[in-house]
Design a protein around this ligand. Structure first.
Ligand SMILES: Nc1ncnc2c1ncn2[C@@H]1O[C@H](COP(=O)(O)OP(=O)(O)O)[C@@H](O)[C@H]1O
Ligand SMILES: [Mg+2]
Length: 317
């Protein structure tokens, strides 16, 4: 017979005395989000690392609450800075999922807006517009793309200021049900924070999205095509590598978004080619293979600009 040491008599149990972080991690579903992030997003090592750290911080925060050590809701507002097409919007979606699984937002949806969605053209229009957006975003994440356009100091009667004041108030008062992510170019965001210290002080997490290397962009092309059941044949793969090197030096280069656009056009050319060349039935391989010619027909190889100049918002869809 074994004798257990007597449990310490602590009187009425109010809070547990220990927590199992590993069990909390497993139960939260955070592992799945982090795995999906790893599996679907090429590169971004520093971003992935920051997201893992944020997840750990929040799991520890929850553990501290269970032990009665933490009382305040942590500040979760963030800034995502980097050039266009570096994955900010895509990662924001995953962040919303993560915050939802950890119980920091009720619904976990992402509402993406720009200045025009928040700021009105006429007096009296801005407050209702901003409040409507905030209402939609409650319980989730509000992603403000190119947030610095809210602030236009050169325009003394700019309604952006009104939107800013409402946002700042809600970011403070509704911290337990709304997370705001400000996104855009790093240098402009810095200047925006300099002129709007209220935002800087409310944002706890600044995450920087680096440009992708040529090798990463080629891998991204592979991932995108695989998702659509297409492949590059060896000549197309070589051509794509050359395309990436040339495209990077041209105006309006937008990292992974330029790759997505280039592949859209390559599929168009492939379809044309199949129509023009096919003399008989086509098999699955023929229908799914991008050939060298489909890439090499791009204007990028003729010293011209590729058609890649859609406004950021439209192109992001
Ligand atoms: N690391 C990556 N791996 C795979 N695809 C990516 C990666 N980063 C971006 N993409 C893709 O590139 C496109 C642009 O990304 P997006 O998140 O809209 O960039 P941003 O918001 O920074 O402009 C999207 O189709 C996205 O899925
Ligand atoms: Mg975006």
């Amino acid at each position: 017979m074994t004798t257990e040491p007597a449990a310490p008599q602590t009187g009425p149990q109010t809070a547990p005395q220990t927590v199992d972080l590993a069990a909390a991690y497993e139960a939260s579903g955070v592992r799945e989000v982090l795995k999906e992030l790893d599996d679907t997003m090429i590169g971004l090592a520093p971003v992935k690392q920051r997201i893992r750290e944020t997840a750990s911080l929040l799991l520890v925060d929850q553990a501290r609450r269970q032990l009665g050590l933490a009382t305040e809701t942590p500040t979760l507002h963030m800034s995502f800075t980097g050039n266009p097409g570096t994955g900010k919007t895509t990662v924001a979606l995953k962040m919303a999922d993560l915050l939802h699984r950890l119980g920091y937002v009720r619904k976990g949806h992402l509402v993406t807006v720009t200045r025009d969605d928040l700021v009105g053209q006429y007096i009296g229009h801005t407050a209702p517009k901003t409040k409507e957006v905030l209402k939609k975003a409650m319980g989730g994440v509000l992603f403000i793309d190119e947030a610095y356009y809210l602030y236009r100091p050169e325009n003394e009667r700019d309604y952006g200021q009104e939107a800013i004041e409402i946002l700042l108030q809600v970011m403070e008062n509704n911290r337990d049900d709304l997370v705001v992510i400000l996104a855009g170019y790093a240098d402009r965001m810095d200047r925006f924070f300099d002129s709007n210290p209220g935002f800087r002080s409310r944002i706890a997490h600044h995450i920087e999205f680096p440009d992708y290397s040529n090798e990463e962009l080629l891998k991204i092309a592979d991932v995108m095509l695989t998702e659509q059941n297409y492949t590059l044949d060896p000549a197309a793969r070589t051509a794509m590598a050359d395309y990436i090197a040339a495209r990077r030096g041209q105006p309006h280069f937008a990292n992974a978004r330029s790759i997505r656009n280039a592949l859209d056009r390559a599929r168009l050319r492939q379809a044309n080619r199949l129509f023009n060349e096919a003399a008989g039935p086509l098999d699955g391989t023929a229908l799914s293979t991008i050939a060298g010619a489909d890439i090499l027909a791009s204007r990028v190889f003729r010293g011209g600009l590729d058609v890649d100049r859609k406004p950021a918002k439209e192109a992001a869809e």
